[in-house]
Design a protein around this ligand. Structure first.
Ligand SMILES: O=c1[nH]c(=O)c2[nH]c(=O)[nH]c2[nH]1
Length: 303
């Protein structure tokens, strides 16, 4: 063991302002009390201030409430008290930390909330309250024109009616099977027209509508199945579209284990992990239609 060097306060430096904590705890709280689920989606940062002099100057952690404890508290409070509003949630955290630890005299608590709207007033399917980014590509070869339209960053979530079972298991498999999980993705899609005689705005809106409605209307056995069903519905409804591609992250939402503090968590409080994520890509084509590899050249991120 190496010698522990404890720095003493000196005449040359003093500790200035400081605060510390756990940043960007992404907590998704589903209220499942009735079949009509409610969702609150917050990214919460907790930082403590107070008598932390010796934590810094002597390496004495007696006053250092771990950032991990701050994180656990955020998830435990989401489960225990729910999330009425970001402000109320942060005030509760502030009250807790300053009340629980007498040397913690203040702090800073911040949140960003992602708002969700119901898809078609659905009970448990939501689309994030932001606009997607629309994309368009035209490729010319001689007289031929090929149009590929699409969008990205259409974020959707179903809080139930999704599972993942029946997959092969080997010695590296730890994932438990589930028949009830959150499924969420940022939909990126592009579709290729077989004609330019199209009301592009109208078809765009209809493809988006079909994709959103399809997302809601089935129990999903995997994101792969849902992408296939969405693509199939688009191809079937639009004879002017021969091919549609998807590139969609499976945005994992892990049920937060709150057993450490005796709280049950029946798929209500989730940690929305940003990385790693599944990446599910697929092309759905009209049977018998000509392929057009050259039109896709230069469009990255789709297979
Ligand atoms: O919908 C899913 N598809 C997968 O391929 C997969 N793999 C995994 O671990 N979870 C999931 N979920």
């Amino acid at each position: 063991m190496t010698d522990v060097v404890t720095e003493q306060p000196t005449d040359t430096v003093v500790l200035g302002r400081n605060q510390y904590g756990k940043a960007e705890n992404h907590v998704v709280r589903i209220n499942r009390d009735t079949d009509r689920h409610e969702i609150r989606d917050l990214v919460v940062t907790s930082q403590l201030r107070g008598d932390l002099e010796e934590v810094h100057t002597r390496g004495d952690n007696a006053h250092c409430v771990p950032t991990d404890t701050q994180k656990q508290t955020v998830f435990a409070f989401a489960q225990q008290y729910g999330i009425d509003s970001p402000e109320q949630f942060l005030l509760r955290l502030a009250g807790h930390f300053t009340g629980e630890f007498e040397w913690i005299t203040g702090g800073r608590w911040a949140a960003q909330e992602y708002a969700w709207n119901r898809i078609d007033d659905h009970d448990h399917c939501f689309v994030q309250h932001k606009d997607e980014v629309r994309t368009a590509v035209v490729v010319a070869e001689g007289e031929e024109r090929t149009v590929i339209s699409g969008f990205k960053d259409l974020t959707v979530l179903k809080s139930t009616q999704s599972g993942f079972t029946g997959y092969p298991k080997d010695r590296y498999t730890v994932l438990p099977e589930t028949e009830d999980r959150i499924m969420s993705t940022d939909i990126a899609t592009r579709w290729r027209y077989n004609t330019t005689e199209v009301d592009f705005d109208a078809v765009y809106e209809d493809v988006k509508r079909i994709i959103l409605t399809k997302f809601t209307d089935h129990y999903s056995k995997a994101l792969q199945e849902t992408l296939y069903l969405m693509g199939k519905a688009v191809i079937e409804a639009h004879p002017e579209i021969d091919e549609i591609k998807f590139s969609c992250p499976n945005k994992h939402h892990f049920v937060y284990d709150l057993g450490f503090c005796g709280l049950e968590n029946d798929k209500e409080t989730h940690w929305a992990a940003d990385r790693p994520y599944g990446l599910i890509e697929a092309t759905i084509q009209r049977r018998g239609a000509a392929e057009h590899e050259a039109a896709w050249m230069g469009i990255a991120g789709f297979c």
